[in-house]
Design a protein around this ligand. Structure first.
Ligand SMILES: [Fe+2]
Ligand SMILES: [Fe+2]
Length: 174
């Protein structure tokens, strides 16, 4: 893969709206996962993290509203469908699913911030910076509940390169 430079982040307003709608679908997914997981995580070992997940749910809702506002500002229509939520009754699997989603989210927003800057949309990039700070906090909370170091964010470009199924899905949308 070629080294990234600034021109890699030049996208149209229409493409930004599309990508923000994918981000919004991720925020909806996060709201649902945290609402459910915070209530079904059982056991003394998970009391603290269950409370934290409940707080995450509220933060994800605030993110969804901010992203929808930016989509509207750019002249787009915020979509209404969440990404699929993984269901599990196993606490570790739930936390791992949340952590993987957060890593993808951080990777996506890192790219989105660069794209917003390249467009000169500084209010958007500022909004995204506020959101990404909280997503990183979520990664920390989940990692410490799992007793692991925070794993690296998942770069959406590398993800596409290593998972051809996703790449196909992404290209069929154009
Ligand atoms: Fe979020
Ligand atoms: Fe999050």
């Amino acid at each position: 893969m070629s080294k990234e430079n600034n021109t890699d982040f030049n996208i149209s307003r229409e493409r930004m709206i599309e990508l923000l709608n994918e981000d919004l679908a991720g925020e909806y997914q996060a709201i649902i996962a945290y609402v459910v997981y915070s209530q079904v995580l059982k056991g003394a070992a998970y009391t603290d993290i269950a409370r934290e997940l409940e707080a995450h749910a509220g933060e994800e809702l605030a993110h969804a509203i901010k992203i929808a506002k930016q989509i509207d500002y750019l002249g787009g229509m915020p979509l209404v469908t969440p990404k699929p939520v993984k269901t599990s009754t196993d606490p570790v699997e739930m936390l791992q699913a949340d952590l993987k989603n957060e890593r993808e989210t951080v990777g996506r927003y890192r790219e989105r911030i660069r794209q917003a800057e390249a467009m000169g949309e500084f209010a958007l990039s500022e909004t995204l910076r506020g959101i990404i700070m909280q997503e990183q906090e979520h990664e920390i909370d989940l990692s410490s509940a799992l007793g692991i170091e925070v794993p690296p964010a998942i770069n959406p470009r590398e993800k596409n390169a290593s998972e051809p199924r996703h790449e196909q899905a992404a290209s069929s949308r154009h």
